[in-house]
Write a protein that binds this ligand. Structure first.
Ligand SMILES: Cc1ncc(CN)c(N)n1
Length: 217
């Protein structure tokens, strides 16, 4: 079994909950209440800020230039089209500065701490553990609802298209390939640390959807 399949299997119910959440189903149907979407976007923009730092750290720790190029290209996507998606959505959803800059909720803080810890570890495999979860979970929920329904507003439709399709599948294949390749070189205790970070990240993805789906009216 591929090491990343082993890790996903370990995550069990948390993986299933994080990839089949009603938040995502309603987003794809266009029935998600806008109060929930506004709350999610404000929290997720904070997540993305720290994600960029983690991805940049992984680029800095990739073993070769060839190993780093797909991550560097993905970084340009996150800081380009994904960043402007957030800014356009804030505007289209009439979000005030206070709404956009809401204090971080517990899962956002949990993710920020986890990403900072992985980046500060200086260990490529720990950075990859968190990156693989973040992108593979999103590919998994977005793929079954891609292409988006015709009548969806862009702040729903583009959140799907940013996380599905050939290009994004390539990002996840690359990240998984990097983690699969480094895994057999690790001692058992280091593999255990990767497992622990992977499981923490999947639980946080689940908690992030749960917190976003709670009532924010
Ligand atoms: C919490 C979270 N996890 C993952 C992603 C996908 N980049 C995201 N935007 N937000």
């Amino acid at each position: 079994m591929r090491p990343t399949d082993h890790l996903r299997t370990l995550a069990g119910d948390d993986w299933i909950a994080a990839t089949t959440h009603p938040f995502c189903t309603e987003l794809a149907e266009g029935t998600l209440p806008l109060s929930k979407m506004r709350w999610y976007l404000a929290q997720d923009y904070q997540f993305v800020g720290n994600f960029v730092r983690l991805l940049a750290s992984a680029i800095a720790h990739a073993p070769t230039l060839a190993d780093s190029v797909p991550a560097a290209q993905f970084l340009a996507l996150v800081t380009g089209p994904e960043n402007t998606y957030f800014l356009r959505s804030f505007e289209a959803l009439d979000m005030s500065a206070a709404e956009q800059n809401a204090p971080p909720a517990p899962p956002t803080e949990g993710f920020n701490a986890l990403m900072a810890e992985a980046a500060a570890s200086g260990r490529y495999e720990l950075m990859l553990a968190v990156l693989v979860v973040a992108e593979w979970v999103y590919l998994s929920w977005a793929t079954p609802v891609n292409p988006p329904k015709d009548d969806l507003p862009f702040y729903f439709a583009e959140w799907i298209t940013l996380h599905a399709g050939d290009g994004f599948e390539g990002v996840v294949a690359y990240l998984r390939g990097q983690l699969d390749a480094v895994w057999p070189t690790l001692r058992a205790d280091a593999q255990g640390e990767v497992e622990a970070l992977f499981l923490r990240a999947v639980k946080l993805e689940r908690d992030f959807w749960d917190a976003s789906y709670a009532d924010h009216a």
